[in-house]
Design a protein around this ligand. Structure first.
Ligand code: NIG
Ligand code: FE
Length: 434
């Protein structure tokens, strides 16, 4: 098979197309409902899907790259809707301390944790941030991610917050990019030492100086806050996010992660795009998110690495929530962008079905970023971001425990295979169910 990088006119034939449908998040039982077309074909013109259906018999393939899927499963590209991918330094020591019984919050209270990465990010050269992020983006792309959210929040001052956001804009402008980054402003990730004892003044600074500067340059679409006991209160979160919403930002909350604070309820009150983590969300918070169409973004890798109980994914879906799954990649609480492990944990420990996990990682992830009208499903008019698995069953996603079953990642109609180490004679055999 001859694979061209350009043009982005593509035909995928003989695929088992599996996808959620729609331009909004799928809630509750709807998360289970996927379109499933055997012997399917997707036609892409200039990066946009123009046909989805059964294989067409007679077709002029002249201007198209043709990919024979050989009956493998074709899914929408994965949307990792919660990551902190631009940062300086690493924090392996803290991981070892936690292994020995230290807690995430006690390390933070001692001046480590996020503050540690803030120091390293302030010192980092812009190009260090770019190269490091590029490496992470490549790793994500191999696992089928075509869109990723990137948060700032390791600067906590004007200059460094903007440097993080600028790094993402720069990476987004690369020709033939493998992933698109949706930037989120997380200036309220922690209280910087300069404002110690004056958290309200810091919130004022974010509202009066940072939000206008970021909005003017269109550096971020969404605004987030770490609403947590000992970090920012519900009242401070409400004040910042209300101001952000008035300025046109979508809003998101790190909610009920380590302690219950009522973050899920606040997300519902504000009409947030998503509330994220939710390990300690209340029953009332879950009901409120379902009613107000707030996407519940669950991050099982963080619960795993912090040895915390998993969020109540099954109950959230049964109560009518739209659940998204994301990795939370960051240098502290969760240094992993593993989509395979995220799926394994979601299916095994949050009791989600494979179909629900697919919806959570595609359409619902897109909705959590405010982009479900453009990405997140294989439908005519949507961007041609897709993933071809190494199997004819979507069950492979959970069955390949922590291992990658992505054969090709397709971004805007371009087949990204140059990085794929598995395209060798050592590639394991294609797994068939029958
Ligand atoms: O989502 N909880 C706050 N923020 C991140 C961790 C960031 C860090 O430790 O550097 C999270 O887990
Ligand atoms: Fe996070």
């Amino acid at each position: 098979m001859k694979l061209y990088r350009e043009p982005d006119n593509l035909i995928v034939k003989n695929a088992r197309i599996v996808t959620p449908l729609g331009n909004t998040a799928r809630k509750g039982k709807e998360m289970q409902e996927l379109l499933d077309i055997p012997n399917g074909m997707v036609i892409v013109e200039h990066g946009v899907i123009t046909y989805v259906g059964k294989n067409k018999r007679r077709l002029d393939t002249g201007d198209y790259t043709v990919l024979d899927a050989k009956h493998a499963v074709l899914l929408p590209g994965f949307v990792d809707s919660h990551t902190h991918l631009v940062f300086g330094g690493y924090r392996p020591d803290e991981f070892i301390w936690r292994m020995n019984g230290d807690s995430y919050m006690s390390i933070m209270e001692r001046g480590g944790g996020i503050a540690n990465t803030v120091r390293a990010t302030r010192e980092a050269h812009q190009w260090d941030l770019v190269f490091k992020s590029e490496w992470l983006l490549n790793t994500m792309s191999q696992m089928g991610v075509t869109t990723v959210e990137g948060k700032s929040g390791y600067g906590l001052d004007c200059e460094t917050e903007l440097a993080q956001l600028r790094t993402m804009s720069y990476l987004n402008c690369q020709k033939g990019r493998k992933l698109e980054i949706i930037p989120t402003f997380l200036g309220a990730h922690a209280l910087p030492t300069e404002y110690e004892g004056h958290p309200d003044d810091y919130i004022d600074f974010l509202i009066n100086e940072m939000l206008p500067a970021i909005r003017e340059k269109e550096f971020a679409e969404n605004c987030d806050i770490f609403c947590e006991k000992g970090v920012f209160t519900i009242e401070q979160s409400r004040r910042l996010l209300k101001a952000a919403k008035e300025r046109g930002f979508g809003v998101k909350i790190h909610a009920d992660e380590i302690n219950y604070t009522g973050g899920a309820e606040l997300a519902a009150e504000l009409g947030a795009l998503s509330a994220d983590h939710l390990l300690h969300a209340s029953d009332a918070g879950i009901r409120a998110m379902a009613e107000q169409n707030v996407v519940a973004t669950l991050l099982p890798l963080t619960a795993f690495t912090l040895r915390e109980p998993y969020a109540r994914g099954r109950e959230m879906i049964d109560n009518g929530c739209a659940v998204a799954l994301a990795t939370d990649l960051n240098p502290g609480s969760c240094f992993s962008c593993s989509i395979p492990l995220t799926i394994a944990l979601a299916c095994l420990y949050m009791h989600m079905s494979v179909e629900e996990a697919i919806t959570a990682l595609t359409l619902n992830g897109a909705a959590a970023l405010g982009h479900a009208d453009r990405i997140g499903s294989i439908e005519v008019g949507k961007q041609a971001d897709m993933v071809l698995l190494d199997s004819d069953t979507p069950a492979a996603l959970a069955y390949y425990t922590g291992m990658n079953c992505v054969q090709y990642t397709i971004k805007e109609g371009r087949i990204l295979n140059d990085f794929n180490p598995y395209q060798t004679p050592l590639r394991p055999p294609f797994i068939k169910t029958s």
